[in-house]
Structure formats: C-alpha cells, structure tokens
Write a protein that binds this ligand. Sequence first.
Ligand SMILES: Nc1ncnc2c1ncn2[C@@H]1O[C@H](COP(=O)(O)OP(=O)(O)OP(=O)(O)O)[C@@H](O)[C@H]1O
Length: 737
Amino acid sequence: MGIATPDLSALILHLKDPKVKAALGVLSTATIATLIQILRTKHEELPKIHRKNSAVILSDGSREIYVPYKNEEAKVIINPTKIVTFEAHRRLFLDKRSAAPVEGKVGVNRRFIRQFEAIWAILVPRFQSKETAILFLHACFLIARTWLSLVVARLDGTIVRDLVSANGKGFMRGLAFWFLIAVPATYTNSMIQYLQAKISIGFRTRLIRYVHDLYLNSNLSFYKITLDGQLTGADQYITTDITKFCDTVSSLYSSIGKPSVDIVVFTYQLFRSIGPLGMVMIFANYFGTAYLLRKVSPSFGRLAVAEARLEGDFRNAHSRIVTSAEEIAFYGGEKAELRSLDKAYLKLIRHVNGIFKILIAYNMFEDFIIKYAWSALGLICCSLPVFLPNLGGLSEGSHEHNRTKAFITNKRLLLSLSDAGGRIMYSYKDLAELAGYTARVYALLSTLHRVHANAYKPSRNERAIPYSFADIKGTVQEGFEGIRLESVPVVIPSAYAGEELFSSLSFIIRPGEHMIISGPNGIGKTAIARVIAGLWPVYQGLLSKPSSGEIIYIPQRPYLSIGTLREQIIYPQSHHEMVTSGKTDEDLMEILRIVRLEYLPGREGGLDAKQNNWGAVFSGGEKQRMSLARMFYHMPKFAVLDEATSAVSSDVEGILYEKAKEFGITLLTISHRPGLVKYHKYLLKLDGEGIWEIQRVGTEKELMSVEREIQDLECRLAQVEGWTRRHKEVEQELRME
Ligand SMILES: Nc1ncnc2c1ncn2[C@@H]1O[C@H](COP(=O)(O)OP(=O)(O)OP(=O)(O)O)[C@@H](O)[C@H]1O
C-alpha cells in the first residue's frame, strides 16, 4: 500500500494557530507524547517518500522511478541512452538515400527497407537482448502451431476414414486424440497472442525511451525542433505513430511468420501427396496473385501517412482548446473554435471515407482471388492423384477408404495452405501501411538526430546565405563571472535564412551591474534573452555566460508544471533533490512570504497539494510571483527577468527587486515599465532599424531627486491655468476701475 505523503507544512501552520495551541494545552501528556511519536515516525518515513515522489538520478546516470501499480509502487530503473549510441546511429538516420520521402512516394520499396533497418537497430540493439529471446520464443510457438495443424489434418483424415469404414473403435480413439490435442493447441494460440503483445510493448518501450532521451536533453532538441520547421506536432509522432508502428510490426511478424512456416511445411507434405504438377500450379498461383495484388492495390502507405497527419491536426485543434480555455471563453470564441474543430474532423473523415471507398473494390478483388479462384485450383490439385495417378505423388493405395482419407487430408492441407498464402497476401496491405508508419517514425528520428547534432541541411541555394543553420560560427563560453556579448548578431533563426534583428550587439554585465533592456514591442528584447539562454544560435561573435546552475531565466509567460505546490516553487528540481540539498519546507514558506504568497499552502491544502493545472488556479500576478519564488529558491548569481513582474503591483514589484539585489542576484531585466529603471545600473535602449545604445542610469538617490523635481514641475504646471485665469480677472477689474 502506498504511504500518503504527510502534510507537515500544513500541520506546522495549524500548530501555530493560537486556537490549536490553546487546545493542545487541554490534552493530556500521554496524548501529546503519542502525537510526537506519530510525527517522529512520519519524519523517518520522509526520505523514502521523497524518493518515491521524485525521479532520482543514480550515480551511473540511470533514473529510478516509482510507478503506481496494483496498489503498490513498482520501482523501475531506466538506463539513459548513451551518447555513443546516438553517434553510432546518426549515420543511419542522416543517410540521404533513406531521407523521409514526400507523402506520394511512400511504399514498399528500397527506401522503406533502409528506413526499417535503421529503426530495427533501436528495436533490437543486440542479438542477446530480451527482444531477441521473445522473438525466438514466438517463432517456436509458431512452428509448434504449424506442427499441431499438421497433426490435426492427419487426425481429421483418420477420423473421417474410420467413420466411412464404420470402424467404431478407431473413431472413438480418434476423438480422444482430438480432445487431447486441443489442450496444447489452445495454449499455443494464447501464447502466440501474448508474445505478440509483449513484442509490441517491448519495441514501443525501446523506441519511446530512445526518443525521449533524444528529445529532452540539454541540447534543447524539443525547442530546436520547432525552429527547424521540418516536423510539426512531435507529440502525435511520439504518442500515436510509434504505437501504431510497433503494433503493426509485431502483428506482421505473426501474420507473415506463421503462414511462411505453414507454407514450407504444408508444401512439402502436399508435394508428397499431390505430386510435382500440383506444386507447380500452386506456386504459379502464388506468384500470379502477388503480382496482380501489387498492381491493383492502392498506395496504403501514402494513405496511412496522410491519415496520421490529419489525426495529428485534429488532436492539435483539441489540445489548443484545453490549453487556452479561459482566453477563448473571454473572447466568446466557441463558434470560431467549433468551426476549426469541425473542419479538422471533416478533413480527417473525408480522407478515411475515401480509403473505405477504395477498399470496396480492392477487398472484392482480393476475396475473389484468394477465396474462390484459389479454392477452385485447390480442388483441381486434390483431384490430380485421383485422375492422374502417375503425376499424383505418393498414393496411399487404391482402396476407396484410403482415397477418402488422402482426399480429406489433402483438402485440409490445401485449405491450410491457401489460408496461409491468403494471409500473406492480405498482409501486403499491412506491410504497405507499415511503410507509412515507418516513414513517419523515421522522419521523427532523423529530425531529432539532425537537430541533436546541429547537422542542419545546407542551403539549397547556390549563393551562400547568411544566417542559415549551416552558418553558425559564434563561440559560447560558459562559467564566466557575468554576461558578455561581443559582436553577436541577434537573428530570428530559420533553417535557410534567419532574419537579422540586430547586426552586432556588445555589452558586458559584471556581478552587481544590473541592466534593464527596454524598447518598443517586437523589437527583439526577448530575442536577446533567447540568445543568452542558448535557445537561439550565436551566429557570430562571442557569448560568455555563467554556468547553467548560476543563471536563471524567468520567461514572459509563467510555466507551471503538473504536480504539488512544492514542485511549483522548486521547479525543475524534484522533492528528493530539494531534501538532499538541505532545504526544508520552512525555507519554502519563507520564500513564499517574500513573494507575498504565504497564504497559498493554507488555501490549497499544504505544500503537498496536487493539481494538474495550476495555471487555471493561480491569478496572473500569482503565477508571476510563483516564478519569482523559483528565483529565490534557486538563488542564482544572475537572473534574466523577461517582463516577469508585469502583472505584479508596483509596490510589491519594488520590494521583490530590492530583495533580489539584497541576496546578491545580478539582474538583467526586460521591461517596458519606466518605474523599474531605478533598480538598475545600465539601460540598454533598443530602437527600430537595429539601433541600440547603452545608458548609465543614475544612482537611486539621483533618480529620486530627479523624480521629485519632475513632480514639483508638474504641480506648478497644473497651477498655470488658475494663475492665467486670475491674471485675466485682475486685468478686467483694473479696467473697470
Ligand atoms: N520563432 C519565431 N519565428 C519568427 N519570428 C519570431 C519568432 N520569435 C520571435 N519572432 C519575431 O522576432 C521579433 C522579436 O521578438 P521578441 O519576442 O524578441 O520581441 P520583444 O521585443 O520581446 O517584444 P514584446 O515587448 O512584445 O515582448 C518579433 O517581431 C517576433 O515576431
């Protein structure tokens, strides 16, 4: 049974309540001792609970995660994919010959085989891996099933022979065998299904872990993939396409593996029964059917790719509504959203309907050939030993009963053979669909590899285009005691030609030299923060910055994760990391007091209160103050605040700035608020046309005196109108006299 996390912070809060204190006074010493004992036990359980609530990184880099399963917490150790593995695979995924084709060219061809081989290296990394063992076991069961089918075919023949020859004893013996064979036969069938599901899950787990490691790493592939622009909706690829790919691969392994074994075994058996002519006919039939089906079948691969894309669009339209529900509700945008949802769904449905229509003719043709033409041919083959005994293979004697037995056995073998052949032919459609899913999964993997290796495609244009992704030449130095840009262009990145916002920007911020960046909307203020954070490339020049633990970026739109209230403050740390770093819940309460959010644990039910969407719970100002709480928690040497206090009232804003400076955090602020200038030493003013300048901001005292002077002048100016009126009145009075 999982242990509920004790809500100690809430408990402490309650204990401080005067009413609770008074109530405790009434309790007997024994009761208080029991209370203390309970608290102590809970306290001892804490490290275990922290560990269970967090994904702990072990010394060898593997992740330890506790997953709830059947009222228990199952421990799972995940080994990260090694960098050398990515490097070894890069060659496979950046191979031009297997590059993801345009939709129209997806099909069962050489490119598909190359792409599949590349993915196979992830699915079964070593011959000794677990998946090989499962595949082998599965193959054993497939062979066992074929053997059992053979036994059943013979038994069937014997039973019918005994029936026709009125051999009661033999008939009863046959029936007893029939039931006996049913036990291993049914077990084999169930195991085949079970192992097929196991293979699918095994492959999916391997692929998902690989993709996750490649997607979410310090190289920020998840962000860069959006800049790359070659692949949209990575979530659809990861959640749906990988699943479909794995399901199709494992079902194809069964649907092609079993009939292939069947064909070899049954063909041999039939060869003995119906002779060479029959065999030639059967094989001619196979090749003829395969050729015909390939000729008439539509491009299932292309259709599968298009369907997956449309499914992705429909899903995106829905997730947009979930993430922006409040904004849409304020605008009354339900009609507009309904329109776009309807449109996305109709596009998908039209496509799926189109596939169904194509399938009518295809299925009819397939059934005609496989069910009827093949059966007719089967009967002809069965008749060969009867009508042409010289070509009819091994005869079991000319007695009528034996002929019946041979016919029944042959017919059953032929039925199994035609069933096996039919299943292989039917699998062609699945194989073509697999080509589609393979193309999607390959596109995801090759984009991730390309972004991970910064191996962007060179420009298609002959002329060298400045600021293409292949043109990143700047230097980034980490571990610097400050932030320094030397002749760094600020460019909106794009795969082929980025747009320049500033041709060359240079400044240096040393500890204590707070800087504010201001300028009109869309000029490129956040862009500078993106370059410093490493989200956008440094195309030229030098960027020096503190090491990653010493700088924090507070973005314009506050981000709140799924999890406890505590996790919002300590993000991206885990509870376990917080405890091991020596921080306590009391420290968090102190931070909440600084940002004026001390009421939240009481309101939400303690620091352990969980929410899936904190964004919908907090107000705009609360979200921003929570982001600042993170800064006070991590206590970095430098902080980049991008409009981080725009929704916070100015009095609290001032206190937060003063507090941050007091803690020795050097600030780089991006803001429109003139009121914030006074907390900084330098002002980086951005103007249109890529012009910028740095101004020294006066000391706070100087700024205050200037502000007072301005206020004084404004007061005097406000009185001018009154004085002018009085002046006119006095002049009029004098004239009248
Ligand atoms: N991913 C992107 N693709 C294309 N253009 C972009 C991208 N990101 C930003 N831009 C453009 O770059 C310019 C600078 O954007 P930035 O976010 O830096 O503006 P800003 O000065 O911070 O504006 P604001 O004060 O409104 O926040 C804008 O014109 C914006 O449209």
